[in-house]
Design a protein around this ligand. Structure first.
Ligand SMILES: [Zn+2]
Length: 325
């Protein structure tokens, strides 16, 4: 099973060392950007916690590991997202608190995995505080989220946080090669998403992400050349009439702005956007202040898109504001 995890060697080694030392925490938070393998790591840890061989590495052969791999282990529990925000509600968390005191079905432990906890609200977090602080001996919790900031400091102080990071280019290329993609397409995906395997796969599989990526780069080029007409052409593309697509576009463009700001302060900053070259040119052409203004405009626009504001009107207004900032 370890061979299914690419990169994140530090996280795996830390876990193994904690396991072997007998000082294993009961709650983990795996955090980091979309596509970096948080869920895969959560699956790996759950399997390791329940593996009958108890070495800290899932053997992949025992009954527990086989069930974990098939996703049918009764002691690996994935509470469900629900409600308006599609997240973990207070009711769901209270149910987990009660269920946690019931002994495991098969193995010696029970693992609750809360994936994509980004929208989890404060009342739900508060309802988990006590159980996360003092869980029954056989209970483990694993949370995954894009950032630690999602959680209350009181939760953060009770969990062991593990950050995921992009793979090296070689690891990513190898992982994508095993999945059967052609090398020219792998290079194209990695040009946009570096060592982020999840995003590379999405790029290769999903035509709309390829379109959005290209629109995002064109938008950045228009900002660099201060060309309002060309920015307007990009922003009024038919693809951006879709709310989800326009939200992804705004997020990807904001990452280029983020990279540009990072480069202003540190020429060798590590970059996270799909267009490092564009971010470099942008850093030469706009001030930190303008970058901050554009960042704020993009954030407000993203909130408006989520709140269902007409995205065509929004994009054309945004376009003028960006060029003038
Ligand atoms: Zn095993």
């Amino acid at each position: 099973m370890k061979n299914k995890i690419y990169g994140n060697k530090f996280a795996l080694d830390t876990f193994e060392a904690m396991f072997k030392s007998g000082r294993l925490p009961h709650s983990f938070l795996i955090y980091g950007e979309k596509g970096l393998g948080k869920k895969a790591l959560a699956e790996y840890l759950s399997a390791a916690l329940l593996c009958e061989k108890g070495t800290g590495i899932p053997c992949g052969e025992c009954r527990s590991c086989r069930n974990a791999e098939k996703g049918v282990h009764p002691d690996i529990i994935y509470p469900e997202h629900s409600g308006k925000l599609n997240t973990y509600t207070v009711e769901t968390c209270r149910h987990v608190c009660a269920d946690a005191f019931i002994a495991p079905n098969n193995g010696s432990a029970k693992v609750y995995v809360f994936t994509d906890a980004d929208n989890i609200q404060l009342p739900a977090q508060n309802s988990l505080l006590k159980i996360v602080e003092e869980p029954p001996d056989f209970v483990y919790f694993i949370f995954t989220a894009s950032s630690k900031d999602v959680f209350l400091p009181t939760i953060i102080s009770r969990v062991t946080s593990v950050g995921v990071s992009p793979c090296t280019f070689d690891e990513c290329a190898q992982a994508l090669g095993i999945k059967g993609y052609e090398s020219s397409r792998i290079s194209e995906a990695m040009e946009n998403f570096g060592g982020n395997i999840g995003m590379c796969v999405e790029y290769l599989e999903n035509e709309s992400l390829r379109v959005i990526t290209s629109l995002t780069k064109r938008a950045a080029d228009s900002i660099i050349s201060r060309d309002e007409y060309s920015l307007l052409t990009v922003m009024s593309s038919a693809e951006l009439k879709d709310r989800h697509m326009s939200a992804v576009f705004l997020e990807m463009l904001d990452r280029i702005i983020r990279d540009c700001t990072a480069l202003k302060f540190n020429k060798s900053a590590s970059l996270i956007s799909c267009y490092p070259k564009g971010a470099e040119k942008l850093a030469d052409s706009i001030s930190v202040k303008s970058a901050e203004k554009i960042h704020n405009l993009l954030n407000t626009a993203a909130a408006d898109v989520r709140a269902n504001v007409n995205s065509i009107l929004l994009m054309s207004a945004l376009c003028g504001e960006i060029i003038n900032s």
